[in-house]
Design a protein around this ligand. Structure first.
Ligand SMILES: C[S@@+](CC[C@H](N)C(=O)[O-])C[C@H]1O[C@@H](n2cnc3c(N)ncnc32)[C@H](O)[C@@H]1O
Length: 257
C-alpha cells in the first residue's frame, strides 16, 4: 500500500527541521512540492533548499505540482474553501496514482505544523473518502509560526495560568480584548489590529519569521499600529507577498491572583 508522510518543515528557516522530519524525508521515494504561483515562489524555494540540504537518498525524486488557487468571487467563505479543498483533493488523487508506485512512500512538505491552520490532513481524509487511492499515513510535527513569533520576541505565549486564543483577523473583534487576554492572529488580510483602540493592548507582530527577511515590531497597539501598517505595505510591495502573524495581549502575569 502507498504511504504518505505529512512532514512539518517549520516556517522559513531550514534549521527549523527536526531530526524526525529529516529522517522522514529520507524515507520518501517521492517528495511533493507545491508551487503557489510566481509571487510565492520563495516558499517553494525554501522546500527545495530543505531537500537539497537534508535529503541524502539518491533514488528519491521531487515532483512539483501546481496547487489550485482558491476562488472567492460569487461564493461565501465556506463555499470557496470547500470548493478549493475539493480541487486539491483531485490534485492529490492524480499525483498519488500517477507519481507514486503502489508500494511507494510520498512526502508532503507542510509549512509550519500540519495541525495549525493547514488543511492537508483534512484534505487527505477527503482523498481517502473518494475510494480512488488507498494509503497509510504518518504525521511529523514541525515548528509553527506561533513558536517562531514568540522566539523572535523572546516572550512566553501565555500569561501565567491563563488561556490563549488562536484566531484570524476576520474574527479578532469577536473576542479581543473583552473576552480573551491573549489572542494570536493568523491569516489576517485586513490588519484587524488597527481597529483595536484599547490603550492597554500590546501587540507583538512579526513577518517572514525564520527567513532572512524577518522583521518584528512590538508596543502598545494604539502607538505602533501605523508603523506596522507602513512597514507591512512597504515589505509587501518589495517582495510581492507577505506572511505575518501577531500576538495581542492585555493584562499581566499574576494580575488575577
Ligand atoms: C495557512 S497558515 C499556515 C500556518 C502554519 N501551518 C504554521 O504552523 O504556522 C498561514 C499563516 O501562518 C502565518 N505564518 C506562517 N509562516 C509565517 C512566517 N514565516 N512568518 C509570519 N507568519 C507566518 C501567517 O499568519 C500566515 O497567514
Amino acid at each position: 500500500m502507498r504511504h504518505i508522510l505529512v512532514v512539518g518543515i517549520g516556517t522559513g528557516n531550514p534549521e527549523h527541521m527536526t531530526v524526525q522530519a529529516i529522517n522522514a524525508l529520507n524515507r520518501a521515494d517521492v517528495l511533493f512540492i507545491p508551487t503557489k504561483g510566481a509571487k510565492k515562489a520563495d516558499l517553494a524555494e525554501v522546500r527545495r533548499e530543505i531537500i537539497a540540504r537534508y535529503v541524502t537518498r539518491p533514488e528519491s525524486r521531487t515532483v512539483a505540482f501546481a496547487l489550485p488557487v482558491r476562488k472567492v468571487e460569487g461564493r461565501s467563505y465556506v463555499e470557496g474553501v470547500d470548493e478549493w479543498h475539493a480541487a486539491i483533493t483531485g490534485t492529490y488523487v492524480r499525483l498519488f496514482l500517477e507519481d507514486l508506485p503502489e508500494d511507494g512512500t510520498g512526502a508532503l512538505l507542510v509549512w509550519g505544523d500540519p495541525m495549525l491552520y493547514d488543511s492537508t490532513l483534512r484534505i487527505l481524509e477527503r482523498v481517502k473518502a473518494t475510494g480512488k487511492v488507498d494509503f497509510g499515513m504518518t504525521v511529523i510535527p514541525g515548528i509553527t509560526s506561533i513558536q517562531a513569533l514568540c522566539a523572535a520576541h523572546q516572550i512566553p505565549l501565555n500569561l501565567v495560568g491563563k488561556p490563549v486564543e488562536i484566531t484570524t483577523g476576520r474574527r479578532l473583534a469577536e473576542t479581543f480584548p473583552h473576552r480573551s487576554e491573549t489572542a494570536v492572529v493568523m491569516l489576517d488580510g485586513e490588519q484587524a489590529f488597527q481597529r483595536v483602540d484599547d490603550p492597554e493592548a500590546q501587540i507583538y507582530w512579526g513577518a517572514y519569521l525564520g527567513t532572512p527577511e524577518e522583521v518584528v515590531i512590538r508596543g502598545a497597539v494604539t502607538e505602533v499600529s501605523d508603523q506596522i501598517l507602513a512597514t507591512r505595505a512597504a515589505l509587501r510591495e518589495k517582495n510581492g507577498w507577505i506572511m505575518d502573524i501577531y500576538l495581542m495581549q492585555k493584562g499581566r502575569d499574576f494580575d488575577d491572583m
